[in-house]
Structure formats: C-alpha cells, structure tokens
Ligand binder design. Structure first.
Ligand code: C2E
Ligand code: CA
Ligand code: CA
Length: 784
C-alpha cells in the first residue's frame, strides 16, 4: 500500500480539483483554523454551561439553608412572644404564678439566656437572673415603649448589644406586654444566645468560605458562623448589603473581602427585623470542577499546539512540493512546446524536402517511394495500376517568351487541374521542370487508364486564362506503363512510361501512348467504341486472325485458333481484350460469338471449296455464352448452312465460365459433344477447378495457360505443374496444348514432358486468313 504523504496528497489535490497548490494550501489553512476555533468555542460553551449549573446548584442549596435557619429563628422569636403573653399574668395580680412560668420557660429554652420584665414605667419587676441594664438598653426600652404607645410598633424590637466581650453573643429582644383590650402593661426583654443559635449550624457543609449571618434589618451584622475552623464571629461591622423589600433572594457581590466574589442568599420571615444570610465564595463552589476544566483546557491547548505545529510543517512541505510541482509542470510545458516546435520544424523540413515548393505536390523522391510501396501492395493484391509520365508540350517556349513567372503560374494551374482529374487515392508528383508523374491505383481495366488519360488531356487542354495577363492553351504528352504487364519494379515502369511519353511526343503531342503497343490500338478513343460495336458486328468490321496449333511429334499444323479483331475504319485494328469485356458488359457477346462461329464455318467452307486441306478451327466462347442453352442449336445450324463437318470446329472455354451456372454449361457442352464438336479448356491452371471435377464434363483438350509456359524454364514449380497437368490430362484421355510458346527451350521442355501440341509466337503469331491459308498449304511448322 502506498503511504500517505503530503506529496501524494498535494499531487492528488492538484490533479483532482485542478487547483493550484497555493489555493490548496490556503483552503487547508482556513479549514484547520475553522476547526480549531469551533473546538475551542464548543469547549468554552460547555464550561460556561457547567459553571452556570454549579452556581445554580449553590444558590438553591444556600437559599434552602437560609430558609431553614430563618424558620428556626422565627420559632425562637415566636417563643419569645409566648413568654410575653405569659408575662401579662404578672399584671393580672398573679405575680408568683407568672414568675414561676417565666423561669421555667427560660430554663427549658437553651437559646434564651435571660428573661427580664419591666412595667410601663420601665421599672424592672422580674428577671430570671440578676442583671444591670446598660444605658443603651434603657434608651432602646424607652424608644420602644414610645413606639408601642404611639402604635408605630406592636411586635418586637431588637435591643442594643452589649459592648463587653462576654456578653457579645447576647441579643436582647424587646416584646410589648399587654392585655387583650390593648392596654400596655410593660415590656419583656428576652436575651437570645446567638452563639448557641448559630452554633447549631456550624456543622452544615457550606464549604470553607461559607458564612452564616444574622443581620439586623439595617444591615448591622449581629453574628456570623463561618464554616472554616468552625469559628463563630461577632464582628459588628456594618455590611453594605443591597437594600431589598423582598423577603428572600440571592445577591452576588464582594461583601466580605475585596477580591472575592460571594454569593449571598438571604431570608427574612414575618417582617421581623432579623435577616438570615448564607454566603459562599463563588470561586470556591467552582473549585471542584475547576481542575477538570483546567485539564480539559490543557488537553485542548496541547492538541491545538500539535495541530498548529503539524499544520505549519504540512504547509511548509506543501509549499515546497507545490513550488517543485509548478516548476516541474512549467518545465514540462516548456518541454512540450519545444517538442511541438521541433516536430513542426521537422514536418516543415520534411515537407520542403518532400514537396515541390511551387505546386505543393510531392517531388520525384517521394513519388518514387510511393510508387515502390504501391507496387509492393499491388503485388500482394494482384491488382492493376498505371504509371503515367506527363510532359507539357512546348512549355519551354512559353517560359522563354512569357517569362518564368508565367511559366510558374501555368504549372500551378496544371497541378490543380491534375488534382481535380484524379482520385484521392491516386498519386500526383512534379518530377521537375514541366514533367509530372501520376500513379493510378486500383484501376479495374486498362480502359480505365485510357479514360483517365483522355480526361487529363481534355482538362489540361482547356485555356488557362489570365496568367499574369496572358491566356495560354497547352497540351500534355502522356506515356503509360501498366503494372504488372509492363514491368514489376520502379525502374522498368518509370523507364517504360518515359519511353511511351516520348512516343506520344513523336506521334504529334497532345495524346497518350501505352508502352505496350498492343494497348494503343484502341487508344484514347476506346470509349467511343461501345456505341460502334453493334454496328461493327452488323457491318462486318470484325475479322478473324488464325494462330496455328502445332503437333509436337511431327510439327504439323493440327489446328487453328480463331482470334477476333476489329478492323475499325478510323482506329485501325483493335484487339479482343479491348472490346470482348465491353461486349460482355453491354450484352453484345452472344451476337459477337455467333458472328465468330459463323465466320469460322464460312472460312472452313471457303478453304474446303478452294481445295485446301483444312484442320479443325477452334474459337473462343465466353462465359456469358455458356448460359445460352440455344447455343448448340445455332452452331449446328451454321455447320449445316455452310456444309461444315462438326469435327472441324472446336470451342475453347475457360474454367471460370463453368462457375456461373454449371448445370446449363454442362448441358450445352454435352449437346455440342453430341454434335461432334470438340471442346477445349482454355487458360488451364489459373482457374479454380481441379481435374477430378473436370473429368465429369465432356472436355477433350486442355490448354495450359501461357503464364506457366512463360515460367517453365526459370521456375521449378511451374515446370512441375506443367508436367503433372500433362500426365493427368493423358490419364483422362485428353490432349494437351501449350499456349504462349515464345522460345525454343520452352518447346523442347514441353516436348520432353509429353505435351501434344503447342501454340505461340515462336511458332506463329495469329495471322489473317490469307496467311493462315498459306500455312495450311505448307502444313508443317518446323521450328527454326
Ligand atoms: P486466348 O484464348 O488465351 O487467346 C490467345 C491469346 O494469346 C491471343 O491474344 C494470342 O494473340 C495470344 N498469344 C498467342 N501466342 C502467344 C505467345 O507466344 N505469347 C503471348 N504473349 N501471347 C500469345 P488475343 O488475340 O489478343 O486474344 C486475347 C483473348 O481474347 C483470347 O485469349 C480470348 O480469350 C479472347 N478472344 C479472342 N477472340 C475471341 C473470340 O472470338 N470470342 C471470345 N469470346 N473471346 C475471344
Ligand atoms: Ca483461346
Ligand atoms: Ca488461352
């Protein structure tokens, strides 16, 4: 697994969100700071809430305590009032009873120190223990007496406290003593032992700072009990308590010593002049939690410090990596730009080297490379292609007379027209000067090349207007070499195209010439032939040439092959390859075939009539004809009309013509055989069929394709094939004819291999009827 590193994260961030590392850094910092602030805010909120809760608890606790103490104090005061009622008996004349009641009441109440009774002249008439009144007490007795008599106070007054330390805890409480009818008889002074009263609460846990006080209404502190060290204090200092009308409540303030804040809860019952307070240092109530809080804050602080440090470290790394990365990407970008620049330069240099700067066409070097590569692929696919050399006629004169500038414009115009005339897949190049090289790829027939060439001549021949003010008309001379027929490599093809081009020039310019003279017969006018062919058949423009078949055992002529030609009134002799496919295409082949069959019969009849010893004449029957079931019938008619024996004619069919409809072909062949017509299988060896299949058909003769004969000497394989075809054919009782014999060694080879007959230029070219007649008369064709 890959370990997590800032570098990886940085790369990831930048790649994923396509933001710059600065942005990533900034976002990260903001995020972390926000998280920290949030954590602190939550922690402080929590602490504050806890503090409030603790304070609230303390308040409730203190108020409850103040309530309890105040209740107790009220009970003590109520007891004092009961005593004052009991004391009234004194004035009803029952002094003894009253004295004993008072002393027993004092004795049973430990909070009361002493009970003293005064009459309305403030003369002491009873005291539970001997005492001397202080002047302050006398004063307050008089003041209280007056208040009661005036009716301003009827309940209770707090007397002055003694200045002596021993009596500091004594709190005199003054009660009026009267009868039911409201008459004031005297005043009862009950001395409360504050020390005893507060001592009861010393053990209640209100913390070290806890203070319980009993105050006079005016805020004078009468006594207090402190929790710490269980001290009872009698400090008389006046407390600066806020004035309040309420009977209970809680204040918070610095009541005892500066620097400490106390929470003080107070309680006053029944409007008597004493208030009970319970106070506690606010900080102390929090103390228990404070350590927990401090710990929490310390942990949070520690974590914050770690996060800040880590962030700092991380940010530093990120910045470092970011800088590194942007430097890298910058250099990468520069590199890419440099590469693109170099490639562009290379492309430009290549273009300059590969293209002609004037026309933008490939130059001679590239043309040659392209031709070589096309030849290689055509060899594999066995397709045709045409190589053309094109030269502008009288270009030099234009250049010399009108200037190079006009010549350049003309070349540019011509190259545009060439491009328009050719297909995308064809190659056009400027070979130099006014010479262009063209390669037509993947043409179907040689006619196509002728068609394109005439199209080019036509298009170039159109006037080129306004070339720097000049209107020029120019013609090209074109030479065509066909692959593979005229050469199978660059050298021979270009040489032959060049030769053909010079022939065009010599023949009068503005035309195209095939390197192979046989192809020039039709010439550029081939495409007009279609319309003429039907007429040509009707008007007997067709002629038969005859090529002898020679028996190899004695070199006697044992047969003739009739080969049709078209004697065109304008274009001269046209060879069958230039019009037979056309006749098939436009549906004239049956008509043409019938003409040939009849012409053979006529020729045979004529020769016989002249007393020439005839040999069988073979004529070619094309695939389309073998679909016509009437064919044997018509042949029989021609034979009958001209009085020719069926054994004197043969037909030649190719293997491929058996493919389309084997059953019809079989019937036709069987009928012809029944007539007595010989049947030969032409161009044998390059078709699809095998001998085992052919043996089921009525075939008397195999003609070995001239391709094998051609290679018989230099290709061992072909020699073997020829030998085995001969052997097999003999086993099937067939004759074997070798076609296209051009050389004596081929003949010797064939003879040795047991071949029956031979046919070819070496023995004789196809010749007109007159010449054929001579050959028949001489009868033998002894090889030279
Ligand atoms: P094919 O039947 O194979 O005819 C033989 C062709 O080979 C003839 O071409 C002939 O001139 C040529 N040839 C003879 N000896 C040699 C030789 O030693 N070397 C070379 N290179 N060629 C030789 P041609 O007359 O141009 O005929 C071409 C083809 O046209 C024939 O091939 C045949 O398929 C077709 N054809 C000719 N006449 C007729 C016809 O009357 N009817 C039909 N349907 N097809 C015909
Ligand atoms: Ca033939
Ligand atoms: Ca043939």
């Amino acid at each position: 697994m890959q370990s997590f590193t800032p570098k990886l994260l940085c790369h990831w961030l930048i790649r994923q969100s396509r933001i710059s590392w600065r942005m990533a850094l900034f976002t990260g910092l903001i995020l972390i700071a926000s998280l920290l602030l949030l954590a602190w805010w939550l922690a402080l909120q929590r602490l504050e809430a806890e503090k409030t809760l603790i304070g609230e608890n303390a308040r409730v606790q203190q108020e409850t305590l103040a309530e309890v103490i105040s209740e107790n104090l009220t009970q003590v005061l109520d007891r004092g009032r009961l005593i004052s009622i009991a004391a009234n008996e004194w004035f009803d004349g029952k002094q003894l009873d009253a004295a004993s009641r008072l002393s027993s009441m004092r004795a049973t109440d430990r909070a009361l120190l002493r009970i003293t009774l005064y009459d309305h002249d403030l003369k002491q008439i009873y005291s539970s223990s001997p005492t001397t009144e202080s002047l302050e007490l006398i004063d307050s007795l008089q003041a209280f007496l007056k208040e009661v008599q005036n009716g301003t106070s009827t309940k209770l007054a707090v007397g002055p406290r003694s200045m002596s330390y021993e009596q500091a805890w004594e709190l005199p409480l003054l009660f009026p003593v009267g009868n039911h009818s409201g008459r004031l008889n005297g005043i009862l002074v009950v001395v409360l032992d504050l020390g005893y009263f507060l001592g009861l609460y010393q053990h209640i846990d209100i913390g070290r700072s806890g203070v319980i006080q009993v105050l006079k209404f005016d805020g004078e502190k009468l006594a207090e009990a402190r929790q710490a060290g269980l001290v009872l204090d009698i400090n008389r200092s006046v407390m600066n308590l806020p004035k309040t009308e309420a009977q209970k409540g809680t204040w918070i303030g610095q009541f005892f010593d500066a620097g400490h804040t106390y929470r003080t809860s107070f309680r006053n019952q029944d409007n008597h002049p004493l208030i009970v307070t319970v106070s506690r240092d606010v900080d102390e109530t929090l103390n228990d939690r404070i350590s927990a809080h401090t710990r929490l804050l310390a942990i949070l602080g520690f974590l914050t410090a770690i996060i800040v440090l880590a962030t700092f470290w991380f940010a530093r790394n990120l910045k470092h990596q970011g800088l590194l990365l942007s430097a890298l990407s910058k250099s990468d970008q520069e590199k890419q730009e440099l590469i693109a620049e170099l490639q562009e330069e290379k492309r430009r240099a290549f273009d300059l080297a590969a293209h002609d700067h004037l026309t933008g066409l490939p130059n001679r070097r590239i043309f040659h490379e392209l031709v070589v590569s096309h030849i290689a692929s055509f060899k594999r696919s066995r397709k045709l292609c045409a190589l053309m050399y094109l030269d502008l006629d009288r270009f030099k004169a234009i250049n010399d007379n009108l200037g190079h500038h006009v010549g350049d414009l003309l070349l540019q115009t011509i190259s545009i027209r060439l491009r328009e005339a050719l297909r995308e897949s064809d190659v056009i190049a400027r070979l130099g000067g006014d010479e262009f090289g063209l390669m037509l790829t993947g043409i179907e027939t040689i006619d196509d090349a002728a068609l394109v060439a005439s199209k080019i001549i036509e298009s170039i021949g159109l006037p080129c207007t306004n070339l720097d003010g000049h209107d020029i008309q120019i013609t090209p001379s074109i030479g065509i070499a066909i692959f593979p027929r005229d050469g199978q490599d660059l050298n021979s093809l270009t040489r032959h195209a060049d030769t053909a081009m010079y022939q065009s020039k010599r023949a009068g310019r503005g035309r195209f010439t095939f390197y192979d003279p046989a192809l020039n017969q039709g010439g550029e006018r081939l495409f007009n032939l279609e319309q003429r062919l039907s007429k040509a058949i009707a008007e007997n423009e067709l002629v038969l040439h005859f090529q002898p078949k020679v028996r190899l055992s004695d070199y006697r002529i044992v047969g003739l092959e009739a080969l049709v030609r078209w004697q065109h009134p304008d274009h001269g002799l046209i060879y069958p390859n230039d019009f037979i496919p056309m006749a098939e295409r436009i549906g004239l082949i049956d008509k043409l075939g019938d003409w040939v069959a009849q012409a053979c019969c006529i020729q045979l009849a004529q020769w016989q009539a002249e007393g020439v010893a005839v040999v069988p004449i073979a004529f070619n029957v094309s695939a389309k004809q073998l679909l016509d079931i009437e064919l044997p019938q018509r042949i029989a008619e021609y034979l009958a009309i001209h009085g020719v024996a069926p054994g004197n004619i043969e037909i030649e069919i190719t293997e491929n013509s058996l493919v389309d409809s084997i059953e019809v072909a079989r019937q036709i062949l069987e009928r012809l055989e029944a007539l007595g017509v010989g049947i030969s299988l032409d161009d044998f060896g390059n078709g699809f069929s095998n001998l085992a299949y052919i043996r089921t058909l009525p075939i008397h003769c195999l003609k070995i394709d001239r391709e094998f004969i051609n290679n018989i000497r230099n290709r061992h394989d072909d020699a073997v094939i020829v030998s085995s075809i001969i052997t097999l054919a003999h086993n099937l009782n067939m004759r074997v004819v070798a076609e296209g014999v051009e050389m004596s060694d081929q003949l010797i080879h064939l003879k040795t291999a047991g071949c029956d007959e031979a046919q070819g230029y070496y023995l004789s070219r196809p010749v007109p009827a007159v010449a054929a007649r001579e050959l028949l008369i001489s009868s033998t064709m002894a090889p030279a």
